[in-house]
Design a protein around this ligand. Structure first.
Ligand code: CP
Ligand code: NVA
Length: 304
């Protein structure tokens, strides 16, 4: 008998295009209540956090409970990892107790090391480089609005070339939609991720937010200072002057354009109050979809 190699979800390209669509379809079934039962009964997910979280923590914990399993919240303040125990040791120890690990931390390399040394699936709950679970929820929200075929959809990213922008590039790479990114000089996304996306789909880059939004069906942004960049907040606010997604930017999109934001949002900075609370905003559907899509990811990785 050949042993099944465990799978991880540390970045969107870990899943093939077909696997991504299957996961998104399963998430839609879970949301509609078509998939029930307790497929993860008796299983435990360890959730390691070295950064704050509302959505990721609660949606993974509630999702695991809904699937019949159990989730363990492990703050780096409390576990030995925070006192310097190596990731590779943590990975091997946790692999003896639990059935999967979700981690939110700074370095992508730490998540990859956890996946390399652990014998159980590892899910990336955000790093400085990537936020793959969030983008899966965002893509699910796009499908709910525009249908399941993403090929004709244009997505505009307005803001920092951060973990969200990089994961949008990875999603465009696998799913083939057009991505239009506006960022100021010095705030570019990861070059390697950008080039890979360019090899498989149309990626437009500009420093003009309006140009990026022109003809877009989805206009999305994120905070200008991510977790860990708090001290740069003032300098970043200056660098991102003119990057607020307001009604004028939304009007540059198509008639059907929707607004997405992973949250937490800073009204009056990267998004205006009017857009955030307006009829084109889908931010709370998007937040809800974290729950459904992560349940689908956990099922794919941890069931059976
Ligand atoms: N969007 C998101 O990941 O939110 P949290 O930081 O609250 O988990
Ligand atoms: N880019 C943000 C996303 C928060 C969900 C951060 O990393 O803080």
């Amino acid at each position: 008998m050949t042993e099944r190699r465990k799978r991880d979800f540390v970045s969107i390209p870990d899943f093939s295009t077909e696997e991504l669509y299957e996961t998104l379809d399963l998430a839609a079934d879970l949301k509609s209540g078509r998939e029930a039962g307790r497929p993860l009964a008796g299983k435990t997910l360890a959730m390691i956090f070295t950064k704050s979280s509302t959505r990721t923590r609660v949606s993974f914990e509630a999702g695991m409970f809904q699937l019949g399993g159990h989730a363990l919240f492990l703050s780096s303040r409390d576990i030995q990892l925070g006192r310097g125990e190596p990731i590779r040791d943590t990975a091997r120890v946790l692999s003896r107790y639990v059935d999967g690990i979700m981690i939110r931390t700074f370095a992508q390399e730490d998540v990859e090391q956890l996946a390399q040394f652990g014998s159980i699936p590892v899910i990336n709950g955000l790093t400085d480089l990537l936020h793959p679970c969030q983008i899966m929820a965002d893509v699910m929200t796009i499908r709910e609005n525009f249908g399941s075929d993403l090929s004709g959809v244009k997505v505009a990213w307005i803001g920092d070339g951060n973990n969200m922008a990089n994961s949008w590039l990875n999603a465009a790479h696998r799913l083939g939609f057009e991505l239009r990114l506006a960022f100021p000089e010095g705030f570019e996304p990861d070059e390697e991720i950008l080039q890979r996306a360019r090899s498989s789909t149309t990626v437009v880059t500009t420093s003009d937010p309006r140009e990026a939004a022109l003809g877009a069906d989805v206009i999305t942004t994120d905070v200008w200072a991510s977790m860990g960049q708090e001290e740069e907040a003032d300098a970043r606010a200056r660098a991102f002057t003119g990057y607020m997604v307001d009604d004028a930017i939304m009007d540059a999109g198509t008639e059907r354009a929707i607004f997405l934001h992973c949250l937490p949002a800073h009204r009056g900075e990267e998004v205006s109050e009017e857009v955030f609370e307006g009829s084109r905003s889908r931010v709370f559907d998007q937040a809800e979809n974290r729950l459904h899509v992560q349940k689908a990811i956990m099922l794919r990785l941890m069931a059976g």
